[in-house]
Design a protein around this ligand. Structure first.
Ligand code: TRP
Ligand code: ZN
Length: 473
């Protein structure tokens, strides 16, 4: 009797809540469902509302012959309101079992949304653990700009690339840059193959009576989902350290070893130059993953260990390593803020050239402004297609206005404040939002704070937000 009496208010509240949305199960407080996206202006379904992930523990096994992936994802998160249900992002794969805090939970799926219905409401502020067991053949996802990401098969294995929405192909999560978390990634692969991931390798052991090898990688600093990776295949592994004692772990497909040896040997020198210019390196190790040229269509700044399809040139290496500060440590709040990644990483290339007997940043800026930078006239014109802080659509977030014109914005700031203050801004920006998220408004406010008395209105208006080619002042 007392039990049913006690339940009455809850049931009533649930009945009312049902009118609006889902409600918690028996004995729970009323709650509402977390949203199926975080209102990203370019990817509205990416990410999910109602919780913040703090840690992903992924245990994966991949069979290179059948392309079959088995996974268990343990997701530790904090509820940001009373949650009757919440979504994870997962594209493809089969969900085999799901539990919240050890109790099995039901789920429904619709497109990339995996809706989890815990038995009772997860209370606001509570840290809870969702365990998803899943399996299947992970998908390659085609981006709005036509490039491949997600799970990509390579000549001798596979590779996970996540920008902007590819992580949902290989693990369930809150697939949006605004929700960063730490990771433990354990991956079992057939004997003779390696599995390389982000962070530091904590263990490597023989499993299944010698038939497989299991690698455990640890990412102790927050990482956005799009920066998580695993690369499976044959790799030559080189371990070195920089002068500051930072471990460098480089994995190169043997076919690319000869072509990439000289450039990859520059990693310590580039890291030292970047630390001098951008401030202390934010992570506990560095490195690179080099697969074959045809394995992917682009390089990616996967955290601590950027990925390259084939031997990179020095500029690309400088670019992806610069992203560790700008993109990986300071991460955009939404995909609209991409220029904060690409403009900075591109400007890093200009600065490297300037400091190493190449063109000065001013010369690069002038060539772009004059339209003599690219071989092709139409590429020179394309940089004026839209303002860096306002890409026209999801298909254009990696176009040249985000990269080259984004770098031009930084050059205009440098012109306005002078070199000493400009480098203070580069370092200060990385320090102010270390391990966090920031958007364009945060950046313009930061620059204004760092240069009192200077007027940036014209730069923001014409270079950052304005349509068309700005007039030369
Ligand atoms: N960020 C990558 C670079 O630094 C390029 C890239 C790959 C990209 N995939 C993307 C950019 C998707 C935007 C969206 O070169
Ligand atoms: Zn980039």
């Amino acid at each position: 009797m007392s039990r049913s009496v006690r339940l009455v208010p809850t049931v009533t509240a649930c009945a009312l809540a049902l009118v609006l949305t889902a409600c918690g199960g028996t004995g729970g407080v009323p709650g509402t469902a977390g949203s199926a996206g975080v209102a990203d202006p370019y990817f509205p379904k990416a990410g999910n509302g109602g919780y913040d992930v703090t840690h992903y523990a992924l245990t994966l096994a991949y069979a290179t012959d059948t392309h079959h992936l088995t996974g268990t994802a343990e997701i530790t998160a904090r509820a940001t309101h009373n949650l009757s249900a919440f979504d994870l992002d997962l594209k493809g794969m089969k969900v085999d079992a799901l539990a919240v805090d050890g109790k099995s939970a039901s789920w429904t799926r619709s497109g990339q949304e995996l809706a989890v219905h815990p038995r009772s409401t997860v209370r606001q502020g509570k840290t809870f653990r969702t365990t998803v067991r899943y399996s299947g053949t992970p998908e390659t996802i085609t981006d709005p700009d036509g490039s491949d990401e997600g799970w990509v098969r390579t000549a001798d294995g596979a590779l996970a690339l996540g920008e902007p929405t590819g992580s949902m192909a290989w693990f369930p999560g809150n697939d949006h840059p605004s929700d960063k978390a730490t990771y433990d990634i354990t991956i079992t692969v057939p004997k003779g193959l390696q599995a390389v991931s982000n962070g530091e390798l904590s263990t490597e052991r023989t499993t299944d009576a010698g038939r497989t090898t299991t690698y455990t990688w640890r990412t102790a600093h927050p990482m956005a989902t799009y920066l998580a990776t695993v690369a499976i295949g044959h790799y030559d592994i080189t371990r070195t350290t920089t002068k500051n004692g930072l471990p460098v772990y480089v994995a190169v497909d043997p076919e690319e070893a000869a072509a990439s040896r000289r450039v990859l040997a520059k990693i310590p020198e580039i890291m030292e130059w970047e630390e001098y210019n951008f401030g202390p390196y934010p992570f506990d190790s560095a490195g690179a993953i080099v697969d074959r040229r045809g394995d992917a269509g682009y390089a990616l700044e996967t955290q601590t260990r950027p990925f390259f399809p084939g031997a990179p040139d020095t500029a690309t290496l400088v670019h992806e390593l610069a992203h560790q500060w700008y993109g990986d440590s300071v991460t955009p709040k939404t995909w609209r803020d991409m220029w904060l990644n690409e403009g900075f990483a591109t400007y890093a290339e200009w600065l490297w050239s300037e400091d190493h007997d190449g063109d000065t940043a001013q010369q690069t800026f002038d060539a772009l402004y004059k339209g003599t930078y690219f071989d092709d006239q139409s590429d020179d014109e394309a940089i004026w297609a839209f303002p860096p802080a306002r890409p026209t659509s999801a298909a254009h977030i990696s176009d040249s206005p985000v990269y080259e014109r984004g770098a031009m914005v930084l050059h205009k700031i440098r012109e306005t404040v002078g070199d000493a203050r400009f480098y203070d801004i580069l370092q200060g920006w990385a320090a102010a939002h270390r391990y966090g998220n920031a958007n364009t408004a945060d950046f313009t406010a930061y620059v204004e704070k760092m240069a009192p008395g200077k007027d940036f209105t014209g730069i923001w208006k014409a270079w950052l937000y304005g349509n068309g080619k700005p007039a030369r002042p």
